[in-house]
Ligand binder design. Structure first.
Ligand code: AMP
Length: 303
């Protein structure tokens, strides 16, 4: 496995792969890899010949009072996991390599970024779209794999690639969950034992909302009320938002129909958690993507 930290080296490796007729697959991450990341790597491994994992805790996407300094990092562990997954190249640049000076140029996707997580994190998505654009410019034509865990990010990056004609196919991958339903996240490492035990109530609330829809409810406000009620049973959870939206445009829905996203964010202790369920609703038919359980045969990413 190639391990590079220079932009020029990643660019050269991707160009070499394409020159040899290989399809490049890129998995952008902030490291501290877990089975959610590994599922993206496996999807890339299935489709692509030359799989690149990028590991970069991007300062631009953290707000002033957020967790940039304490964000968990474990490059040695990440490299071992990438090796085990058959990754071809890990790109783990320094901040100075990616931002030798503060960028005068940033990428902003309007509308899709203004609410949901954008309301509490007003500079976050510009940081994401700017670094992802840089990674795409370095890697060149490729497929890029993103988790549906960050549903708004996936919608934003998909729109950006489309608007800017980037030579990148954006591939969305299912949410990977712990056995008790909690969506896997590097930030779960922050949770105290008590908060960790309480956190799955967020997914339980989403499931209750989905249950209402399966039972025929099509009024978003009633589904949201159900989610709020379930989250309210867990005093440790402070709900930030619960929303029912069009899954692609992220616009509000008058009635639940078509491709629908139910998204929630909540604070627990000092940690902000997000989760969502994607549904296809056609008449009485409802198909919900509740995600997948982590592969219990795999060793825990961080024991
Ligand atoms: P991060 O390292 O948190 O920036 O995440 C890197 C990528 O992994 C993003 O595309 C995330 O959506 C994806 N990801 C993170 N957690 C999960 C999960 N539990 N299931 C699926 N994808 C995930």
């Amino acid at each position: 496995m190639l391990h590079v930290d220079r932009i020029a080296d990643l660019r050269a490796a991707c160009e070499r792969a394409r020159a040899a007729g290989q399809r490049v697959g890129v998995v952008p991450t902030m490291g501290f890899l877990h089975d959610g990341h590994r599922s993206l790597i496996r999807a890339a491994r299935r489709d692509a010949d030359f799989v690149v994992v990028t590991i970069f805790v991007n300062p631009l996407q953290f707000g002033a009072n957020e967790d940039l300094d304490r964000y968990p990092r474990d490059l040695a562990g990440d490299l071992a996991q990438c090796e085990a997954e058959g990754v071809d190249c890990v790109f783990a640049p320094s901040v100075a390599e990616m931002y030798p000076r503060p960028p005068a140029t940033t990428v902003h996707v309007a509308d899709l970024t203004s609410d949901l997580c954008g309301a509490a994190r007003p500079t976050h998505f510009d940081g994401v779209t700017t670094v992802v654009t840089k990674l795409f410019a370095i890697a060149g034509p490729c497929a890029a794999y993103f988790g549906r865990k960050d549903a708004q990010q996936l919608a934003v990056v998909t729109r950006m690639a489309d608007d800017l004609n980037l030579p990148v196919e954006i591939v969305g991958c299912p949410i990977v969950r712990e056995a008790d339903g909690l969506a896997m996240s590097s930030r779960n490492a922050y949770l105290s034992a008590g908060d960790r035990a309480a956190a799955p109530t967020l997914f339980a609330a989403l499931r209750a909302g989905v249950g209402r829809i399966v039972d025929g409810e099509r009024d978003p406000s009633r589904v949201i009320a159900m989610i709020r009620a379930v989250v309210g049973t867990e005093p440790r959870l402070a709900l930030e938002y619960a929303e029912v939206r069009d899954a692609h445009e992220l616009t509000e829905l008058a009635t639940i129909d078509g491709s629908v996203l139910i998204a929630v964010a909540a604070r627990i202790g000092g940690t902000r958690l997000i989760d969502n369920v994607h549904l296809r609703v056609e008449g009485a038919d409802v198909v919900a993507d509740l995600g997948v359980k982590r592969d219990v045969n795999d060793a825990p990413a961080h024991a």
